[in-house]
Write a protein that binds this ligand. Structure first.
Ligand code: GRG
Length: 309
């Protein structure tokens, strides 16, 4: 199997596992209040790629960890990501009507409910993070293993700070404040290291912590995740310039039209592409010492460079 076929099979298998877990973990759509639960389900199952949970599981796998007890953590990352997109699309922020080819949450449910659906997803993520997944090791013995409390706490702290004012929310605030104010390259890197990079980097780091990896490995994976996070944002900016709007499920060209400063507008398209390659290569180099169990992380890094949506 070549790397491309491997990646396709790997992503589709992991997406299926994550989707099944999300169906199990998310409060039932029929719960009261119906419209709130409907709005939560609408955005969680609107066709996301599940890249953050997949990265968490791939890092775990690279460190020899067991996937089942980590599923609530992987899914919590997706809930936080989904909340951030719902709020990012609001009229007070990016005011976007479409995401993933579908009307955005506030277009379907109204602004107030979209805000609340985002709030509820963020809160639900911490319900999941603090929850211990029971894993039946042997059906007849009904054995259960739970994530050790200290690992769970370390992961909760890492994810909370990556999602909050020192991470994603802080990056969004910087972006809103300085985005159009022509930030220089350093300013742009700072915004995206926080806004997009922090959650991607912590997804990888959480996987390593859950697997019980040593400090060296956690550090290497953190470097991998940080480069990948920036690479992800650069590729998103490039797709906004030359991506296929049908594959993206949203209008392309919006960054230039709105005068937003992005990697391509700041560096030029070719230099932005070169930066993307640089970050992907640095990510892959950071995990050079890992064995073949890190193959998914290596191919995902290449995928970030070549993705079409
Ligand atoms: C509102 C607190 C708050 C934060 C919003 C991440 C973010 C912060 C906004 C998203 C802006 C954006 C489009 C950034 C580009 C990179 C990115 C996060 C793309 C969307 O992530 P994907 O491609 O989405 O993983 P899917 O649809 O696959 O889930």
């Amino acid at each position: 199997m070549n790397n491309e076929d491997f990646l396709e099979a790997y992503l589709s298998d992991r997406q299926k596992i994550v989707d099944e877990a999300l169906q199990r973990y998310l409060p039932d759509e029929n719960n009261v209040p119906h419209d709130l639960h409907n709005a939560m389900h609408y955005s969680v199952f609107a066709g996301g790629k599940r890249i953050r949970p997949i990265l968490c599981l791939a890092a775990l796998e690279a460190c020899g960890g067991d996937m089942a007890p980590a599923m609530p953590v992987a899914c919590a990352l997706e809930l936080i990501h989904t909340y951030s997109l719902i709020h990012d699309d609001l009229p007070a922020m990016d005011n976007d009507d479409f995401r993933r080819g579908k009307p955005t949450s506030h277009k379907v449910f109204g602004e107030a409910l979209a805000i609340l659906a985002g709030d509820a997803l963020l809160t639900e993520a911490f319900v999941l993070l603090s929850r211990a997944e029971k894993v039946r090791l042997a059906a007849e013995k009904r054995l259960a293993v739970r994530l050790a409390a200290e690992k769970r706490l370390a992961v909760i702290q890492e994810i909370a700070s990556a999602a909050g004012a020192a991470g994603m929310v802080g990056g969004q605030a910087l972006d809103i404040r300085t985005g159009k104010n022509s930030p220089d390259f350093e300013g742009l890197q700072c915004i995206h290291r926080l806004k997009t990079g922090a959650l991607i980097a912590v997804a990888v780091k959480a996987g390593a912590i859950l697997a019980g990896a040593n400090d060296d490995k956690i550090q290497s994976l953190n470097v991998y995740g940080s480069h990948l996070g920036i690479a992800f944002q650069i590729s998103d900016d490039i797709l906004n310039v030359e991506g296929d709007s049908r594959l993206m499920g949203k209008q392309t060209g919006s960054d230039v039209a709105s005068g937003k400063v992005t990697y391509p507008t700041l560096l030029g398209l070719e230099n932005a592409k070169a930066k993307l390659v640089e970050h992907v290569e640095s990510a892959v180099a950071a995990i050079e010492a890992f064995d073949s169990r890190a193959l998914p992380l290596r191919v995902i890094a290449r995928y970030i460079m070549e993705r079409k949506s």
